[in-house]
Design a protein around this ligand. Structure first.
Ligand SMILES: [Mg+2]
Length: 133
């Protein structure tokens, strides 16, 4: 949320103001369901007996597109529930503890968004390795 430009925040707040909180709260449920479905389809596409690269790429792109929809709705939820940031820091610290990631020197401390980039990179590498098999 902190990485979001003022222009993007303005657009998202405008969506909340125009459509209303209740509509946007329901919209995130819809978008999460679409992401769930896209993930299931990607999983099925990759495990198909005669899995085709084009179908797998199409399924992956659908996941990425739905992730964008969910992220946009999550940012709107952040605007509606700004206290979420406190939980994010605590939960990522807890995750780091579970992963055995030691506390680092202040100059090397990773922000939640930096950790998310690392996790995304790890997920991408995992997918690449699976696709190469
Ligand atoms: Mg969608």
């Amino acid at each position: 949320m902190n990485n979001l430009s003022d222009k993007h925040k303005q657009v998202l707040q405008c969506a909340i103001d125009i459509y209303g909180r209740e509509a946007q709260r329901k919209m995130i449920i819809e978008e999460m369901a679409e992401l769930t479905k896209a993930i299931c389809k990607e999983d099925r596409a990759s495990k198909a007996f005669n899995a085709k690269k084009s179908a797998m790429l199409e399924a992956e792109n659908a996941v990425i597109e739905e992730m964008a929809d969910v992220q946009i709705m999550l940012w709107q939820m952040h605007l509606m529930y700004p206290d979420c940031n406190n939980y994010i820091d605590k939960k990522i610290d807890r995750l780091a503890g579970r992963l055995g990631i030691n506390k680092q020197e202040p100059s090397e401390t990773q922000s939640p968004s930096e950790l998310m980039k690392l996790l995304s990179t790890a997920a991408f590498l995992g997918r690449s390795l699976r696709n190469a098999e």
